[in-house]
Design a protein around this ligand. Structure first.
Ligand code: CMX
Length: 436
């Protein structure tokens, strides 16, 4: 057993004791005042119903991973040689173990993922069986599903796996999957947009640097962007659609491959991860309608109002939990100020940031008029040449796997139960309010 796996087991045993004590001593204590009918009909907002160890979201401050904010991660996590952005390996270690990693921990993960990154041919064959016109997210989930043949958990379970060892096989699946996802994602990109000219992995690079390399980008700036991108998109506590779906499906003891594929299908929705492609599409359409070049603030305002009058949402704005500018947006803005302050598209993103919030506020119904993570990412990618915006959600997915799979390890280590909340009919609701 590798030392990270041993360390995880020690942490998991400790937390297991604490959780059992907590449930034994306080199991009947109410965590919420009660659930309202509006919450039941409106996406269960604000109902505390999940435990996710890897990160916690504050409505005003944004996400914290094991207590560390994004600026703190950028400061404290190990970097690539001559790099300034945190390595995602370090964030994964932090989410899994609950402690900041050393340089050696990060190198251990980089080389472990490098060693485990071989993708069997039938996965590529499954992707190839889809038409080239298929959305990259469809290819991505098909790729993950095809890779399920490699699941250690599914194999061990069919042989009669002891409950106590669920975590161990889930850990193996997690490590293998994270190691292989960049290869699958890069394969999809090169297949769809670069005539099927694939690029072999470079074992000397870190996980995100190698991903950038396999996509076909050798610019050090793009590698740095990938490291930052893979860190900030990794996790957003447990209730968002991709994390919750992965957890829900995993609660049926579906293995990590089945669970992640399910989560990725949720990420592919336009109200969730697809928003990053929608943002850039929306900005490019605006520019095209205005005949190209820099729009004025007034022109952006008119375009926003047109979007709203057509019954559409302004992509990249609003959030189910956040009530301030997303620190993931701010981190990307900082990156842009440092590396590409004169980029035209980036400047438009910043003008949109000045224009949209007051308009959404005026509508009176939008709870959060501020930008989320998706409002900025596309402009950065376009700058480095990754213009094929339909691919963006796959990048989000590779990153999100880090958080939801670290969480899945914890789910199995803590022996969390099958998820099965109660549902009622509207007929039941009507009788309930009438006091019947
Ligand atoms: N543009 C226009 N209207 C918006 C809006 C936006 N950006 N954000 C919210 N609203 C509207 C809602 O559609 C809703 O309208 P109706 O009452 O007519 O249905 C109303 O404001 C209230 O919604 P809310 O409580 O503020 O927001 P929700 O928690 O229901 O939804 C979200 C959150 C993210 C789905 C929503 O803000 C949205 O659609 N944003 C645009 C899409 C987007 O950027 N998604 C990415 C989120 C981050 C991620 O997961 O990657």
């Amino acid at each position: 057993m590798g030392y990270i796996k041993e360390k995880f087991k020690v942490k998991a045993d400790e937390l297991n004791v604490e959780v059992k004590e907590l449930v034994k001593n306080y199991g009947t204590k109410k965590i919420d005042e009660g659930v309202t009918i509006a919450q039941v009909y409106q996406g269960m907002r604000g109902i505390t119903g999940l435990v996710t160890e890897t990160s916690l979201l504050d409505a005003n401050e944004g996400i914290r991973f094991r207590g560390y904010s994004i600026p703190e991660l950028r400061e404290h996590l190990p970097k690539a040689p001559n790099g300034a952005e945190p390595l995602p390996e370090g964030l994964f270690y932090l989410m899994l173990i609950g402690e900041l990693p050393t340089e050696a921990d990060v190198q251990y993960l980089s080389s472990m993922w490098g060693r485990r990154s071989h993708v069997p041919n039938h996965v590529f064959d499954a992707i190839e069986a889809l038409p080239i016109t298929a959305h990259p997210m469809t290819m991505f989930t098909v790729g993950i599903m095809a890779l399920q043949t490699e699941s250690s958990f599914a194999h061990a379970y069919s042989e009669g796996l002891n409950k106590k060892d669920y975590w161990s096989e889930t850990y193996e699946d997690t490590m293998n999957l994270i190691a292989r996802l960049p290869r699958i994602a890069a394969y999809i990109y090169r297949r769809k947009y670069k005539g099927g000219q694939h690029i072999q992995p470079n074992g000397m690079l870190d996980w995100a640097g190698n991903f950038a390399h396999m996509l076909g980008y050798s610019d050090e700036g793009f590698r740095e962007l990938m490291r930052l991108y893979m860190v900030i998109h990794a996790d957003h506590e447990g209730g968002n659609v991709s994390a919750h779906t992965t957890h829900l499906v995993g609660s049926a003891l579906s293995d990590a491959y089945l669970s992640l594929a399910a989560g990725m299908n949720g990420l592919a929705g336009p109200l969730h991860g697809l928003a990053n492609q929608e943002v850039i599409k929306w900005i490019l359409q605006m520019r095209e309608e205005l005949g190209g070049g820099m729009p004025t603030k007034e022109q952006i305002e008119t375009y926003v109002r047109k979007t709203l009058s057509e019954g559409k949402v302004v992509p990249g704005y609003g959030h189910a939990v956040l009530r301030k500018t997303d620190p993931r947006f701010s981190a990307q803005m900082e990156f842009a100020k440092k590396h590409l302050p004169n980029d035209e598209l980036v400047k438009i993103v910043w003008m949109v940031y000045e224009t949209v919030p007051p308009i959404l506020k005026d509508l009176g119904k939008v709870k959060n008029p501020w930008p989320n993570v998706d409002a900025h990412s596309g402009a950065l990618l376009v700058h480095y040449g990754l213009v094929e915006y339909e691919f963006y959600t796959v990048l989000f997915g590779v990153s999100r796997a880090l958080g939801v799979l670290a969480s899945l390890c914890w789910d199995r280590a803590l022996g969390l139960s099958l998820e099965r909340p109660k549902s009622v009919t509207t007929e039941w609701m009507k009788e309930f309010v009438e006091g019947k």
